[in-house]
Each structure stands twice: as C-alpha cells, then as structure tokens.
Design a protein around this ligand. Structure first.
Ligand SMILES: [Zn+2]
Length: 427
C-alpha cells in the first residue's frame, strides 16, 4: 500500500455538496488528508497520480446484492420461468442448495472483483446457501478481506427447507453480528428471505432471539404473492407484518417495496427504514416498479444482477423516462449516511474519512457543476468501468487492471469452481 500520495488534475465531487474543477485529494495511511486544488496539494516530490481531467466520485455503495449468484451466468433454469415463484424454484433456490465452501468463496470473489471495476467500495450482501449454513458468512468475509471492500453481511433465513431448519440460519446471523460489532470493515445484519417464506411461528422465533439493535435485511413486497401471503395471515401488508412482529425499525433494510398497501407506506413514513429499489432486477423478474411518489427516499441495489451501481441508475432513469427525483441524494447523499451508520469515518468523500474513491474514466468537455452532474453521469460516464477504484486508501483497480490480486490466476480458480457448481446444478 502506498502510504502517502496525491491524486490530482481531476474534477472532484462528493456528489451533493461540492465540486472542484482541477481538484486533488491527498491520501495518507488510508485516510483523506486534504481535498483542494491540484496546485495547492501537489507539492515537492510527493507521489502524484495525474488524473488528466477525469471525474472523481466517492466510492459507491451497492445496498442490496447477492454475491452467491455471481457464477449463475449461463445456467439453464430447471423448468418454466413464467412467474416469480417459478424463477425462484427453478433457478435461484435450486442453485443456492448446491453451493459449497468452494463455490461460496469464488462466487463472492468474482462478484466483488466486478464491483471494484464499477467503483463500488461497500456492498450489503444477502446470502443464501441452504445446504451450507454454518460458517458460510465467514467464507464471504474472507473474500471481502481478500479483495479489500467493506461489507454488511447476512444469511437469508427462510422456511423453504422446513421450519425445523431455521435455527442454524438464525444462529449464523446472530453469531456473525456479535463477532463483528466493532469491526471496521465487515459487519453483520439479520437476513430474512421474504414474508412469504417465513411462517408465523418462524417470525415469532426470530423476533424472540434477535438482539434489539441487529438490523434486518429483507425482500419486502417484491412480488404480489408476498403481499397476498401477508393479507391471508391477517395483516395489512408486508411492512405491517414485520412491524407487528417487532422486526421493523429505522435500522431495517427493505429491498424492493413494490407491492405494499397504504398501511405499509404509512409505517415506512413514520419509522423511516432504509428502502432499496432494484430496478434492473424488477424488470428482469417482471414484478413491477416501486412507487416513487409514495417512497421518496431510497437507495439503489443491483440484487445480484451486476456489480454496477451507476449502470443500475441509468436503467432506472430510462425506465422512468428521465423522471427521477433527487438522483444525487439516491446515489451519494443517502449512501453516505447509511454507510457511515455501519462504518465510522466512511461514506462521504471528506477530510478525515477513509479514502474510498471511484475515479471514472470520463473526462468532461462541457461545463460541469452540481446542477448538471447527474446528466454527466448518465450520458458521460454511462455506467462504464472506472479508471481507478481506491478503498481504504488502497488502489484496488487502475487502468483495466486489478492491482492487489493476480486476476488471471484467480479467474482460473473461479472457472473451476463455476464448472463444479454448474455440474451439481444440472445433476
Ligand atoms: Zn435480492
């Protein structure tokens, strides 16, 4: 790791409160020491990287991902894929049951390498491997440490293997959370698959065992079936069911939030959990769109589709015909706040914080300021790979190359793991 260096001659922005033309950042022992003009920071014979006019952003947050699905490309589903339940049964639930130590690790490594290339420095992962529960999060943790990103990890508890199998899933979450309470790089959440795969008995068991501060991370109202299931059980909707079971708090992470009722929206308004929309995944599964009139504050996740958060925003923008309210808040301000909740001195591109930085490969030729930054991102950066990604001051990726790992050697191992996984999937 370089101990002390300056990146300069860039357009430096935190995405919402400042933008500096001909800007620079000095980094020392992994921390941002100064942000300013290149001439002021490039002094003496300091180790200097010339960004040649590129746009510099904070490291991005992917607030809902499934690294376990990173090796799924090319798998032929085991049956019909006409609705959400069939997609789960014939692809994802069949896949996650085949995951073992090797495939969990290399799937995470592969997904994280992809994330780095798109400037992501923090990932909230939602893991499932129903036949390899205990110790699965520690394997993913190892992958995060190898690649060098921050992660909020959880195991998705579900009754789909039978109510009798949930205890090990609950314990995997709670033990991991307890062990990482003070960790600077890796933290734990409580993963829940979705209301419709959690019985009344299971929810109450979880509620009794959950430490009060442990946040839940759940698919909430993703498809209409989730809403119907909650209503059949006598609740007003998915958020209402979580609330009634003592699981909904301001620390909750609710992914999707498409099929909700007025009661659900009211609860979300009052309690202010973090809402994560996953537009590419929603289009892929044909489950509808989140109502952004009802839910104004939200983040974006990729839901295992890609590691590309800016690309996901581009899809979101196009799906909504250009009508996105507060796009910079969605991409930068809210992620800065939520990242800082779990990781001290992280999230915002600011002096004193860890140097988590995404340097796009885009050199604007037209005027750029905070008012038009979003359009430079959509039409200039276009969700392309970064020029550089820095996490905790470490340069992880530069000019098309992973810098801290031998990518080709690891790809060979990933290929072997993927082949083994695909063989098991098709057995
Ligand atoms: Zn998901």
């Amino acid at each position: 790791m370089k101990e002390k260096y300056v990146i300069g001659n860039g357009i430096v922005t935190d995405g919402f409160s400042f933008l500096i033309n001909d800007g620079a950042i000095s980094i020392e022992d992994g921390i941002i020491k100064q942000i300013g003009k290149t001439n002021d920071l490039k002094k003496g014979n300091i180790d200097y990287i010339n960004l040649e006019g590129r746009l510099v952003l904070p490291g991005l947050l992917n607030s809902h991902n499934h690294l376990y699905s990173a090796l799924a490309t090319g798998l032929a589903p085991r049956g019909e894929m006409n609705n959400f339940q069939q997609i789960l049964n014939n692809l994802w639930w069949h896949l996650d049951k085949k995951l073992d130590k090797e495939s969990i690790y290399y799937s995470a490594i592969y997904g994280l390498i992809d994330s780095v290339k798109y400037g992501v420095t923090t990932v909230f992962d939602h893991h499932a491997s129903m036949n390899f529960v205990s110790g699965s999060l520690a394997i993913i943790e190892k992958a995060f440490r190898k690649i060098g990103l921050k992660g909020l990890l959880c195991f998705e508890i579900s009754d789909r293997m039978g109510e009798n199998n949930i205890q090990s899933q609950i314990e995997e979450n709670i033990k991991f959370y307890e062990k990482h309470k003070e960790d600077k790089q890796i933290r734990g959440a409580l993963g829940l698959h979705a209301n419709f795969t959690l019985s009344e008995k299971t929810l109450s068991t979880i509620s009794k065992q959950k430490p009060s501060k442990l946040p839940i991370h759940i698919h909430c109202g993703e498809a209409i079936d989730d809403l119907k299931y909650c209503q059949e059980k006598g609740y007003d909707g998915p958020a209402h069911r979580l609330y009634k079971n003592g699981l909904l708090s301001e620390n909750s992470l609710l992914a999707h939030c498409i099929h909700l009722t007025e009661t659900d929206y009211k609860l979300i308004d009052e309690i202010q959990p973090t809402i994560i929309s996953n537009p590419e995944s929603n289009a892929n599964n044909n489950v509808g769109k989140m109502n952004t009139e009802k839910i104004k504050k939200y983040l974006l996740g990729t839901d295992g589709m890609t590691g590309n958060v800016l690309g996901t925003m581009r899809s979101h923008f196009l799906q909504r015909n250009g009508n996105i309210n507060n796009p910079l808040e969605i991409l930068f301000k809210s992620p800065a706040e939520i990242t800082n909740k779990y990781f001290n001195n992280s999230g915002k591109l600011a002096v004193g914080n860890f140097a988590d930085i995404a340097i796009t490969d885009y050199k604007p030729v037209t005027k750029i300021n905070l008012e038009n930054l979003f359009y430079h991102l959509i039409f200039g950066v276009e969700g392309q790979k970064m020029f550089m990604t820095i996490a905790n001051g470490n340069i992880l990726y530069q000019n098309g190359k992973m810098k801290t790992i031998d990518e080709n050697a690891i790809l060979e191992k990933i290929r072997i793991a993927a082949n083994n996984l695909h063989r098991k999937f098709n057995e």
